[in-house]
Write a protein that binds this ligand. Sequence first.
Ligand code: ZN
Length: 273
Amino acid sequence: VNTFAQEILYYISLDQTHWLLTLAIVLVIAPFERLIPRLKHKEPRSRGWVILGVAVSAYLLVWIFKSTAYVQAITLFLNFQLFSISKTAFPTAAIYAFSLLLIDLMMFSFHILSHRFSFLWRLHSIHHADEHVDAKTGVLHHPLESIASVLFVLFFCVILGVPVIALVLYAAVATLHNLFTHANIKLPSWFDHIIRWLIVTPDMHRTHHSVVYREGNSNFGQIFSFWDRIFGTYVKHPSSGEEHIVLGLSANEKPSAFTMKSLLLHPFRKKRG
Ligand SMILES: [Zn+2]
């Protein structure tokens, strides 16, 4: 086994820990959501199970992909390599900082594409179908969307020669931060205003889950909040005010029901209205 393949296998082994992290954070964030909730929703009893079912399906598909076709995908993408950031003469810290910014920009771009292109939107919209956004929503993604985003980010990381460890690091931080941005918590507003210059906050991301079209198409950032300010997609507050925001999809975009079957089949259904 050559060192490159070894590195990839090492990455796969590290990647499995994210699901334990996810579980831990759901357990850590959940008490705060009870203590300092932003919205006082009463969620349907089945909601948690539906999300868990979809998340496990996505996890299984990504796991199958990683253990069967991952190395082949990387080998294929290597044919298109343009550049290798990891082989430049810059200090290691600079290479890593630049790589993390670059991966975050890829995530931001993929998120925008997911709202612009019809088929990607059909996949991504099930994430927006949740009308009770909290930390659990962070793991609600269609299995095919998860595969598409893994391939998208992997492709650009390979063609630009991003160090594998930067990808591992980003994935771990993004997993934790993703649960934080979806958390139904009310941070002190002064604190939110300071940290949102750098990272996406729960209030900022909740605006992205608004049913209002302009708000649902704003605040695409994953970890860093400045991409939205730079590309003009930043919306500071929902027009309804933070406490009265309506979350989810417009009537003609909604899946027929919030069940596992309906969410998983949603991308293949004929569009209504
Ligand atoms: Zn979105």
